[in-house]
Design a protein around this ligand. Structure first.
Ligand code: HEM
Length: 528
């Protein structure tokens, strides 16, 4: 009886507590519910479309804790559930992911101008001297001016043609260094990365700065800085997802990037000083003796004419190195990995090289356009292993409507080119490596890198498309063709050759590709 009355007493208390809690909840939730209801009604009355659908996340952190390291796989899986466009919060930031060719076209073509701003991460802002470059700047007049300079002056056909001797020299040096490692394992990415840095150093600084200056091995100095910057930017940075925390720089990404950039600054300052000491005659001499000016000379003259500032000059050179090195070397590695995996492809590539170049010659840039099968092999590599699976994220300068959904101003937009280039609606047997698909279409221009085809745009599309394509194409093809023409390759014994990916600045092979070269050319003096 006592226990019974005791029980009733408790039930009464608990019941009252419940009532109180329910009342409090109602007082708190009701106004919110009314507000939400009013917003829904008023937006539907005004005809404002809803945000895209998407998975729910947790308060404050959004969907961040549910994502694994392979972001492109994870977001593509979510697309299978939510369709061609979905939203998700990563930290406090709204992200919109676009997964279909049709909607990508709306963004990069029909509404290209509205979507032409960037959403730079902390490391990007630091390497670009506060978005004073092309890649991380919003679509403002400064960026447009710099891009025009890069496309029409620095990478013009005439200039690229004129700088061909520098590229040739660096590719030859790479082949010689591989020849020195006959019978030994070579890390393909590491070797290509050095080759690309040396090519870029050579065409940016020319001959004048490399010999007889403080920088006896400028390529190696730059390689270390660029490698360091890529390494810092590879990891996930909390500040990028919680802008309010950015000033604390919890993981030290900003601090470490600034430290590396100081080394870049030192290289700039000393080489520019040396260049100025050589007096302006260097430009004239270079023209007279080499038929060209190096990129630095062109940029310094533009600075003297006040077309660009010193900060923009430095930011542009950093863009060239960061844009050009990691993706190019990753692509050489992927192409080699796919070719090693596919014996038939290897045979066709080497047969073509033997026919067009000949085993008594080294590959020259003039051979590259004639290597149709190798070009198709590269395009297929770009389809399956696109180095920037979401390109560089864009952000709309005003709220826009895409596919019937609202894309709010300042949200971060990922164009999932990785998924689009594997979409079975557009690609037969999409996961099969088959270069023939790029040969069998009428006119290979249909599948070029210009971004005009919304089913295939590994270099982006529209006004933020990569401006480095002509140089990247020459460097990648020349290095790859030379490696495959000059050597036969075998994998070290017991190596299980997989094609697993690692998400980062550029999508790379998880396990670095290591292979053993043996000479292929008849005349051994060609390697010297
Ligand atoms: C295989 C090599 C390369 C690949 C795969 C690549 C890819 C890309 C991609 C996907 C974008 C973003 C496009 C977009 O958001 O729509 C981009 C932008 C850019 N790339 Fe490249 N790139 C390569 C080489 C180069 C080289 C050699 C340079 C410099 C000479 C360069 C300079 C840039 C710049 C400055 C941007 C920013 C463009 C803008 O925002 O307007 N890239 N690149």
């Amino acid at each position: 009886m006592a226990s019974n009355s005791h029980g009733l007493w408790w039930e009464e208390v608990i019941g009252k507590k419940h009532e109180l809690a329910l009342t409090c909840l109602a007082v708190m939730v009701l106004p919110l519910a009314v507000l939400w209801f009013k917003r829904v009604i008023s937006s539907s009355q005004k005809g404002t479309p809803p945000l895209p659908p998407g998975p729910y996340g947790l308060p404050l952190v959004g969907y961040l804790p549910f994502l694994g390291p392979s972001l492109h796989h994870e977001l593509t899986k979510i697309a299978h559930r939510y369709g061609p466009i979905f939203k998700l919060y990563l930290g406090s930031k709204l992200h919109i992911v676009v997964n279909s060719a049709d909607l990508a076209k709306v963004i990069t073509n029909e509404q290209d101008e509205s979507f032409a701003n960037r959403a730079p991460h902390v490391a990007g802002l630091t390497t670009s001297y506060g978005a004073n470059d092309i890649a991380f700047a919003d679509n403002n007049a400064n960026r447009r001016n710099l891009r025009k300079i890069l496309v029409h002056e620095i990478l013009s056909n005439v200039n690229l043609e004129a700088s061909h001797a520098y590229r040739r020299r660096e590719v030859r040096k790479t082949i010689k260094s591989v020849h020195d490692m006959i019978g030994m394992p070579v890390d393909i990415n590491e070797m290509s990365f050095s080759a690309v840095v040396n090519v870029l150093t050579s065409i940016v600084w020319g001959n004048g700065m490399v010999e007889g200056t403080k920088h006896s091995n400028l390529g190696e100095e730059i390689r270390k800085v660029v490698y360091g910057l890529v390494d810092i930017a590879e990891g996930l940075n909390i500040s990028d997802f919680f802008p309010k925390l950015a000033r604390f720089d919890l993981q030290g990404v900003e601090r470490k990037t600034k430290r590396k950039m100081k080394q870049f600054d030192w290289i700039f300052e000393t080489t520019i000083e040396e260049r100025i000491n050589l007096k302006s005659t260097h430009g004239e001499d270079a023209l007279k003796h080499e038929g060209r000016k190096d990129f630095l000379q062109i940029l310094l003259e533009l600075k003297d004419k006040k077309s660009i500032t010193m900060t923009q000059l430095k930011a542009l050179v950093v863009d060239i190195f960061l844009g050009g090195t990691d993706a190019t070397s990753a692509m050489v590695e992927w192409a080699m990995a796919e070719i090693f995996k596919n014996e038939k492809v290897m045979k066709k590539v080497q047969d073509e090289l033997a026919e067009i170049v000949g085993l008594k010659n080294m590959v020259e840039e003039s051979h590259l356009p004639k290597l149709k099968y190798l070009n198709a092999t590269f395009k297929e590599t770009f389809r399956l292993h696109t180095p920037l699976p979401f390109l560089l994220p864009r952000t709309p300068s005003k709220s826009c409507i895409v596919g019937g959904y609202l894309i709010p101003r300042d949200s971060t937009v990922f164009l999932n080119v990785w998924a689009i280039q594997r979409d079975p609606q557009h690609w037969e047997n999409p996961s099969e490596f088959n270069p023939e698909r790029f040969l069998n279409y009428e006119g290979s221009g249909k599948w070029d890198y210009s971004g005009t085809n919304s089913k295939y745009f590994p270099f982006g599309s529209g006004r933020r498309r990569c401006p480095g394509i002509p140089l990247a194409e020459k460097m990648m093809l020349h290095i790859l063709a030379s490696l495959l023409h000059s050597f036969d390759w075998s994998l070290p014994k017991g190596d299980d050759h997989d094609l697993c990916e690692k998400f980062g600045i550029a999508l790379k092979k998880k396990k670095p590709l290591v292979a053993v070269p043996s000479p292929r050319l008849i005349d051994s003096s060609l390697y010297m």
